[in-house]
Design a protein. Structure first.
Length: 255
């Protein structure tokens, strides 16, 4: 069974199984925390021929294009509307927003050849000059961001540990809007938003503050499909993918 099918089965179980249980309570929650984005090994190809420059040959359409992007630690915010069943199951709709700024880019390759040491004119299509920086120097100054926003359907199971504490596990599936903005050294390279199917696995613990309020901590691993982003500097499309680990704290209020 593939990871997507496995996650879908868990999430659907969280939705369907509680239907046979006794009535429970609805809740509204808010959460926030740190978002750690994995490096994106961007991969794509040129969509049109690129003319030669004095220090680099012509690049035919269909030539592969790739580079690696590192992200800084970012933030994540969520709004949650759910229903808690007496059986221990919970179902939830989560709306979220997260952002990670770009730290740096490196290892830009065209046709498999890394061009970090080449005059940046190969990208700008300008005239080579000894005073020009190299491609590597320009892209090392990352700038830009990766923003994610969307909605998930989550299913959880809460374990009663006593003393008002309940550890839990969960899974979810959803739609993730991915906004990619790459501006190395302030040069616009990519700026577009695409949708991606996503899944997530969660584990955490809840502590009762009162009969109607509780606080919780949660660790989430979120996976996303690669999104194809058209570049603005070059005639090319670039596939971007960055799974995320999220450490969050939240509050739930029973309605």
């Amino acid at each position: 069974m593939t990871m997507k099918k496995y996650v879908c089965a868990i999430a659907l179980a969280g939705v369907t199984l509680p239907g046979t249980a006794h009535a429970g309570e609805a809740y509204l929650g808010v959460s926030g925390g740190a978002q750690f984005a994995e490096n994106s090994n961007n991969q794509g190809e040129f969509t049109a021929d690129v003319a030669a420059t004095p220090d680099w040959g012509a690049i035919p359409s269909g030539t592969s294009l790739a580079w690696a992007t590192d992200f800084e630690t970012g933030y994540h915010m969520g709004l949650h509307l759910g229903y808690e069943f007496d059986s221990g199951f919970r179902t939830e709709i989560e709306v979220f927003y997260g952002r990670n700024d770009v730290d740096s880019h490196a290892n830009l390759a065209a046709g498999g050849a890394v061009i970090d040491g080449v005059d940046v004119a190969v990208l700008t299509r300008g005239a080579p000059d000894a005073a020009n920086p190299t491609v590597g120097a320009v892209i090392a100054d990352g700038q830009g961001s990766l923003k994610t926003m969307g909605v998930f359907l989550n299913g959880f199971y809460d374990f009663e540990a006593g003393g008002g504490f309940s550890p839990y596990v969960g899974a979810g599936i959803g739609l993730n809007g991915v906004a990619v903005k790459y501006m190395p050294s302030g040069v616009p390279v990519a700026d577009d938003t695409k949708s991606s199917f996503s899944w997530q696995l969660m584990a955490g613990g809840t502590f009762d503050l009162s009969d109607n309020a509780e606080i919780y901590g949660q660790l989430t691993y979120r996976g996303m499909e690669r999104v194809d982003i058209p570049l603005t500097l070059l005639p090319a499309d670039l596939g971007v993918k960055s799974n995320q680990t999220i450490a969050s704290l939240g509050l739930r209020f029973k309605l």
